[in-house]
Design a protein around this ligand. Sequence first.
Ligand code: 1GP
Length: 249
Amino acid sequence: MRKKNDFLQAFQDSSQLLAMLMDPDKVDLSKVENLVQHLPKATTHLFVGGSEVEEKLTEELVVLLKKQTELPIIIFPGDYTQITNEADALLFLSLLSGRNPEFLIEQQVKSVEKLKNTSLEIIPTAYLLIDGGKETSVQRVSQTLPMAQENIQAIVNTALAGEYSGKQLIYLEAGSGASTKVSTAVISAVKKEVSIPIIVGGGIRSEKEIKQAYQAGATMVVVGTAFEDNPAFLVSNSASTSKTVEVSK
Ligand code: 1GP
């Protein structure tokens, strides 16, 4: 039995969702409890996934997280092997910014055997890689080029093509560790034209940047690297006395 639309519903119920992204390849499983204890208070969801993750690691992390938190866990897969029924929902991504059939449709076809009897809520998601100022792992693994931030019309048209194809969410991705995040100009231009909710991630490191993304039109912001480096990053932005928490490998 597939789950009801709790994840999508969250986008109707709130205009400011915040997901912390955990890459199973980077998280030290023995420190998950500590990691969960230091989640920013505003966190509404956990994303689990990475560009290249050894099979089974995702499931192990999800199972551990489930023991520590009731936050919904969403699979944000770099490839179909990361899909696990232990999570609550799956971003069913199509990399619409690129022209590599492997990430437009082939990975989706490969995932079908895992999904036929799944309990995961499956969310068709238009995934757009936007230039983050440096080569990111999404670019390297997908062998596609990001869209230029200046090419706003092409980004908007690609997002609209996603909406017209039935995607339920638009994900504007600058890439993990991006030096330039998706600009507010890009977010607001997409927001103006599309009617489905927008997720923004890549290179976002502070509360100020999270707020800017919401103000521009993102309904959900995803933070990975800043949280990996220091789970107390949101606190440390406002209180210089907070301690760094060691959690990664
Ligand atoms: C989620 O890939 C991003 O969309 C995460 O990026 O690691 O830079 O936060 P960061």
